[in-house]
Design a protein around this ligand. Sequence first.
Ligand code: BJW
Ligand code: ZN
Length: 264
Amino acid sequence: MGLDADALNRASALISQSDIISVLSGAGVSAESGVPTFRGEDGLWKNYAPEELATPGAFRRDSRLVWEWYDWRRGLIRDCHPNPGHYALARLALGPKRVRIVTQNVDGLHEAAARKTAGDGDPTPALPLELHGSIFRVKCTSCTYKVPHREPIPTETAEDLPRCPVCAGLLRPDVVWFGESLDPEVISEAFEVAQASQVCLVVGTSALVHPAASVPMATHQAGGSLIEINPTETPLTPMAEVSLRGTSGKVLPLLLDEMNSRGT
Ligand code: BJW
Ligand code: ZN
């Protein structure tokens, strides 16, 4: 499917005219980096039922299975790098406009793109607000202990899952599972940012999981515009002023080029 040049033009004009911009990204943004999405043909949930792996009940029932699944994904993501879509968003956020990247992704690739793009400069404006946590952090199931974690888990015995050094409670990935509340400060900030935005770019998300999928609605309800970048339609498509039907790794750099050619 070729990208509609008129749609690209309209999207670029909308962004160029805006000073405050938010981005809601999802798994599709990392697809071109080799990170599997959740839903769809090649999605993770095709082989693994969410309720068996991404719920607190699943972790209580079979902690080892859940740990092993996250360990496998962590290993896979560790070898992935940001793609041109991540870099385009980082460039946009490090530019003159007020941009906030809000992501559902737990893979750390927006942050990697921000740090690489900023070089010796300050990456902060391009660091994302992570709604669903990070696969490279663990937290204690019993106390407030929380640390980065990149190593594989031990696999020799059934009893050797990672334990909290403070209280000996079982550690778990610091991600948000179904039925769990998002960090109240993080989700409040996401809604505030979206409400204040003149444009929200909705990139690579099926927009099925709430409250994340409601974030762009705050922009829409406040009179701002949504620009959707996704090869397929989503429940947010009817709200979008422009839908760019293509992959984010291709569309986002084109969008930035188009903006630059306008001198904005
Ligand atoms: C490309 C591309 C390319 C492909 N370029 N694009 C309101 C209504 C109904 C239900 C609820 C509701 N409010 C809350 C709920 C319940 C539930 C929920 O939303 N359920 C629905 C699924 C029905 N939500 C929750 O439980 C949330 N908690 C909560 O609400 O707490 C309060 C509460 C508590 C108790 C009871 C009720 C309320 C928590 C949600 C946590 C989600 N966690 C996961 C796992 C994270 C950890 C991990 O990684 O393992 O987050 S699930 C999974 O889905 C992950 C993702 O962040 C999230 C969203 O997925 P995403 O990013 O959209 O990916 P995909 O795969 O779905 O889509 C990819 C898209 O990319 C597709 O559109 C492709 O076309 C596109 N694409 N290639 C651009 N190259
Ligand atoms: Zn603890």
